[in-house]
Write a protein that binds this ligand. Structure first.
Ligand code: SF4
Length: 344
């Protein structure tokens, strides 16, 4: 293994905590905020009231709950959403180092120490997972990478963990819009292993790196076989081909601090116009399919979270492409190699 995940100081006004507990409560008591806004990811919405009550009890400050769940550290509560909150507590995500928060933010990464590295390594070896292996994990499971790499290396594996660029807080971290850590080590490996749950990160990883992507749920020890990248890419290429002649484009921009790519949108508008197509920029905070209904548009390109085009496009009234896919549709980029929409 080449590098271990290391926690880095992000911005002086922000703090990072592994779990909700006394360390967080003590830091908040010291900060003496007049009001806290609590934001939770969709998976924790059910517990939001209980978590807010815990904060009130242990910190002694008023707490409001942001009703909009966060998908990442890219869409923290804005000033308008919580005008009187001095401090934000954001659960389930690591900070994004190059995204500025509007108030001091206490990130609680919800780390888990679960998973038996020796048993997981045995499981991977028995299943024939390639020995030149890149490791990637969701932030909750990053702590498992060093012991898992050690256990794999003792079995003759050569494991690699990439550091990635300035959008990633940690080496080995999977972020749905940035797999630069994996890209860094792709030439040295025959496959990647994603450690975590859900399909979103392995699918994104499979689009970003031309290598088989296995995934393992470290708590259950369940191993998923490699994603069929060729089919995934072929589906996207078919979609791109279907909108090649589109004359009216909607260019979607989100105003969330960590998703706002207005300069990219303006550049795309210029490219569309150079090809004789109409292209209107559509501004939204959270991109909502209902807001795109009834528009005189053939297709959309989404400059916000790539999840919208790659995961949710079936919910939209017209095809939704990512930024590189749009350039492929215009003929400015070749269809091969397929390019993932990386945010830097
Ligand atoms: S832009 Fe999307 S993938 Fe990237 S951090 Fe935000 S929610 Fe996650």
């Amino acid at each position: 293994m080449e590098a271990e995940p290391t926690r880095e100081a992000v911005r002086s006004q922000d703090r990072v905590f592994p779990v909700v507990g006394e360390e967080l409560f003590a830091a908040l008591r010291d900060a003496r905020p007049s009001r806290i806004v609590l934001q939770v990811p969709a998976g924790l919405v059910r517990n939001a009231g209980e978590l807010a009550a815990q904060l009130r009890e242990h910190v002694g400050a008023p707490v409001v709950v942001a009703s909009r769940p966060c998908f990442g550290a890219c869409d923290l509560p804005s000033r308008d959403e919580a005008p009187r909150a001095e401090v934000a507590v954001a659960l389930g995500h690591a900070p994004i180092p190059n995204v500025r928060s509007v108030r001091p933010t206490y990130f609680v990464e919800m780390r888990t120490g679960d998973g038996d590295p020796e048993a997981l390594a045995r499981r991977l070896d028995d299943a024939g997972v390639p020995h030149r292996l890149g490791l990637v994990a969701s932030v909750q499971h990053l702590g498992l990478l060093p012991p898992l790499a050690g256990a794999l290396d003792r079995r003759g594996y050569a494991t690699h963990v990439g550091r990635g660029d300035h959008r990633l807080a940690y080496a080995g971290q999977a972020l749905g819009c940035n797999y630069t850590g994996a890209e860094e080590v792709a030439a040295s490996v025959d496959a990647f292993l994603f450690v975590g749950t859900g399909r979103f990160h392995p699918l994104g990883l499979a689009l970003a790196v031309d290598r088989p992507v296995w995934s393992i749920d470290p708590l259950r020890g369940e191993l998923e076989p490699p994603i069929d990248r060729a089919t995934l890419v072929a589906r996207r290429q078919l979609l791109i081909a279907s909108v090649r002649g589109a004359r009216r484009w909607g260019i979607v921009v989100s105003t969330f601090a960590g998703q706002n790519r207005s300069p990219t949108a303006l550049a795309l508008q210029a490219r569309a116009r150079a090809h004789g197509a109409d292209a209107e920029i559509l501004l939204a905070e959270r991109v909502d399919p209902a807001d795109l209904l009834g528009r005189d548009v053939d297709a959309y390109v989404c400059t916000a979270c790539p999840r919208i085009a790659l995961d949710d496009s079936a919910n939209y009234p017209r095809p939704v492409l990512t930024v590189p896919e749009f350039l492929m549709a215009l003929g400015e980029l070749p269809l091969e190699p397929y390019r993932f929409d990386t945010y830097h």
